[in-house]
Design a protein around this ligand. Structure first.
Ligand SMILES: *Cc1c(COP(=O)(O)O)cnc(C)c1O
Length: 222
């Protein structure tokens, strides 16, 4: 019998394809990051069995307990860090993740750059933007992005693959997605990580290239 998680995964996959269709975008432009935080390896397995390999975790520590083991079995995994990164976790993050989506300040950029050099690893890097200017939320303020990107490239020798945002829960997400796209265009950046279970179709309409979906696949987190 097909597991409920596999059924939900297929439904999300199909609905991403329809959202691409509606936005007149080729489905190949949008990648699904399945957010597996709080779920154990056995819960994730049905998605792996569907052939999916791109996953997101928001904590370095939690990711360390499940993914190195699964990677032995699935060497073509692509793991995204989507939660806040502390500079004292940079070494572990660089070792474990293929994409780090949450670079948002000089200290982190510097620590990640140093670790990349030391470990000879080359994860893709996204800069998180705090589009809602929420004090409790990670991300650089839109007004500070340009300056940060210059230091990112020139001082730290890093390449930015995209921008990422998490709109305020109480807001209409669409203007936030539109702002992120505008910032990316202004800065010559192509990757746009935006959209979660509740709003990924809207994000695709606004140009998302990565959508991060958890609860629509695994159910509500306990
Ligand atoms: C948890 C999380 C998601 C997934 O959220 P759902 O609403 O469960 O799809 C996406 N992005 C980030 C940064 C998250 O922390």
């Amino acid at each position: 019998m097909t597991s409920p998680v596999a059924v939900a995964y297929r439904a999300v996959y199909a609905s991403i394809a329809s959202a691409c269709d509606a936005a007149a975008r080729p489905p190949s432009e949008v990648r699904l990051v399945v957010v597996s935080k709080t779920h154990d390896a056995e819960t994730i397995r049905p998605v792996l069995a569907e052939g999916h390999r791109v996953f997101g975790e928001n904590r370095v520590q939690e990711a360390k307990t499940k993914w190195p083991f699964l990677r032995q079995e699935f060497p073509d995994l692509e793991l995204h860090l989507i939660g806040p990164l502390q500079s004292n976790k940079a070494a572990e993050a660089v070792a474990l993740f293929d994409v780090i989506e949450t670079i948002d300040r000089d200290r982190i950029a510097e620590a990640v750059a140093a670790e990349m050099k030391k470990q000879g690893r080359n994860p893709k890097l996204y800069v998180q933007v705090n589009t809602g200017l929420e004090p409790q939320k990670a991300g650089i303020a839109p007004a500070d992005l340009k300056g940060f990107l210059i230091r990112f490239r020139n001082d730290f020798g890093l390449t930015v693959s995209g921008l990422m945002c998490i709109p305020p829960v109480e807001d209409d997400p669409r203007p936030h997605f539109a702002l992120l796209r505008k910032l990316a265009l202004e800065n010559g950046i192509t990757g746009l990580s935006m959209g979660m279970s509740a709003d990924y179709a809207l994000a695709i309409a606004e140009g998302a290239t990565l959508v991060r979906v958890g609860s629509a696949i695994f159910g509500a987190r306990g």
